[in-house]
Design a binder for this molecule. Structure first.
Ligand SMILES: C[S@@+](CC[C@H](N)C(=O)[O-])C[C@H]1O[C@@H](n2cnc3c(N)ncnc32)[C@H](O)[C@@H]1O
Length: 218
């Protein structure tokens, strides 16, 4: 593996690496694998399922840019008029422009896309517009029980999910990515949303990835 760039941030170290043999990139956060470019099925499913759950979606919020698989899926949907991405790390945006734009199909150039460089958890509690989004797709961690920084755990508790629900339009759909099933998280979703569904996505090795789906009441 070749290290393309190593960057210190206030939250720790982020590293972009590339396997020259396979042309696969990966992002490492504080020594922990965050994601790579080898698959992308579950990241795309996160978006297709959320958009399929609502009639005529127009406004989508995506939490976490990563390598841009989810964003690529979003811009492919011609019904969307507004796609907002919350990404906390400026260097992830730099890497998207410099190395990773083919994985997002160059989505940052799409005029419907706005990237806000901010902490999603902070923004949801303080600045998110109420009732705006027809769908919200969240993929900022390896899952509710495996967060990249301790503060991200606040996204998945009752207060965090209540803030997410407030940003959804009535009837809007939430999708949350996880590297494993988390029954306690499913139960919390059930307290705040309806039509909770759990979609496993088989992976080459180990436990399936999971996409959680839920709807805000109308
Ligand atoms: C697993 S990647 C996202 C993958 C993305 N779905 C894709 O298709 O490439 C997680 C992203 O969330 C970002 N992130 C982590 N914590 C965040 C937070 N609190 N607010 C905003 N972005 C965050 C990371 O910097 C990283 O870019």
């Amino acid at each position: 593996m070749e290290t393309i760039e190593r960057r210190d941030t206030p939250r720790g170290e982020l590293v972009l690496r590339r396997d020259e043999q396979t042309d696969r990139y990966e992002i490492i956060s504080n020594g922990t694998f965050l994601m790579d470019t080898s698959d992308g099925r579950s990241e795309r499913l996160l978006v297709t399922e959320a958009l399929a759950a609502v009639d005529g979606p127009r406004r989508l919020l995506i939490g976490g840019l990563g390598v841009g698989f989810s964003l690529a899926q979003a811009v492919a949907d011609g019904r969307l008029t507004e796609i907002t991405v919350l990404e906390r790390e400026p260097v992830v945006l730099e890497w998207q422009h410099a190395h990773l734009s083919r994985f997002s199909d160059g989505a940052l150039a799409d005029p419907r896309v706005t990237v806000l460089v901010d902490d999603l958890v902070r923004w949801l509690h303080a600045d998110a517009p109420a009732g705006r989004y027809d769908a919200i797709c969240l993929d900022i961690d390896n899952g509710p029980q495996w967060t990249v920084v301790p503060g991200n755990a606040e996204l998945y508790d009752v207060a965090g999910l209540t803030a997410v629900r407030s940003a959804l339009a009535p009837g809007g759909a939430l999708a949350v990515w996880s590297a494993a099933a988390v029954p306690a998280f499913e139960a919390t979703l059930g307290e705040l949303f309806f039509d909770v569904r759990v979609l496993p996505v088989e992976v080459a090795r180990g436990e399936p990835d999971v996409v959680y789906l839920a709807r805000r009441a109308t």
